[in-house]
Design a protein around this ligand. Sequence first.
Ligand SMILES: Nc1ncnc2c1ncn2[C@@H]1O[C@H](COP(=O)(O)OP(=O)(O)OP(=O)(O)O)[C@@H](O)[C@H]1O
Ligand SMILES: [Mg+2]
Length: 412
Amino acid sequence: MSNSDLIVSLDIGTSKVRVIIGEISDGAINIIGVGSADSEGIRKGAIVDIDRTVQSIRNAVDHAERMVGISIDEVYVGIDGSHIALQSNHGVVAVSNEDREIGDEDIERVLQAARVVALPPEREIIGLVPKQFFVDGLDSIQDPRGMIGVRLEVECTLITGSKAAIHNLMRCVEKAGLRIAGIILMSLASGMMTLTKDEKQMGTVLADIGAGTTTLAVFDGGSLAAVSTLPIGGDYVTSDISYGFKTQTEHAEKIKLKFGCARTEDADKNLKFKVTRVGSNQESEFNQYELAEIIEPRMQEIFQMIRQEVRRLGYLEKINGYVLTGGSVSMPGVLQLAQAELESNVRIAVPEYIGVRDPSYTNGVGIIQYVAKYVRTRTAVASRRPARGRSQSGASRPGFLEWVKNLFREFI
Ligand SMILES: Nc1ncnc2c1ncn2[C@@H]1O[C@H](COP(=O)(O)OP(=O)(O)OP(=O)(O)O)[C@@H](O)[C@H]1O
Ligand SMILES: [Mg+2]
């Protein structure tokens, strides 16, 4: 692999586990493989059964391996959930150089200093996002390298998570026979990929509406400002259809995917379909309008809950719009419904790569882009050989300094 490298992402969702293989070739990303499997052992985004989750991960990885003809050794694992919290912190160091010119080493030390914080024993740091640097008290510095000073400070956001949730996630991935190259906050990675610079600056909410959860990430002032996960999603809609039509959940899900429509005004009364009733072999006929009558109020409720949560986070008056992603926004009419309910600018984000043009792939593709841009430049995480066997070779992690350099290149 001369000038191409592979990055593999793993998104363990409530409905599906998704593996995406990205190839970095001369700086550009190609998506060369995708694997997905039904998720078992996950409820509302949280792992509730390790063995079944491990099996789901294996199924998704096997699927991706078969598609590309490689063996996946190492993955970047996405994380999200109600246990994630952000907290501001500050780091201060004395500039070490004799000529007092700030260098990469000083940046590394000040970022390390910013990681030093008293956390409750059940929490740990997942990541750090620098917001601004100060040199001898002068603020709003984005890249202090090369400046002269004696005191370097950074203001940053620490991303923390529950130790137990992180442990369970890592345990499942390792038990599935994979090495963990890193844990990436999916809302941060997806936000960095899908939001424009202006959107991040002017205040935008990225809402990932999945099956069991809706994750909100507020970007403001150029970086991630708040996150929150609500225990609602497409599964609620499916369950309403199942009750409304008195049919099995599985069947209700199929009907939703095939005929679902988020607004009654777009629904077609002449589009009819048969539904098998629970406990009988009898089929009843319904039409798309009747289906939309069930879906619309639930989707309205989801958008109202998103709005309430943004208000609770203190951003309702500050933000300029919403960007929607996640599998549940694929349904026809969701955009128009969201625009009406959220009373703001709304657009839908879909990854712009062949083979993954679906909002349920935003997180997985976001992880690959984030890793390619900020985490490393060259690391082999998968080997191009068909046989199973997980080698330890091939990794050349650039380390913290490389991360810092990449951060300056794009992030701040
Ligand atoms: N075309 C479609 N119309 C309606 N709903 C859809 C469509 N495609 C996918 N969905 C719904 O999207 C949801 C799955 O989305 P996604 O894959 O983003 O969730 P997940 O990552 O598995 O779950 P979570 O993020 O909540 O843990 C399911 O509820 C599914 O029914
Ligand atoms: Mg998801």
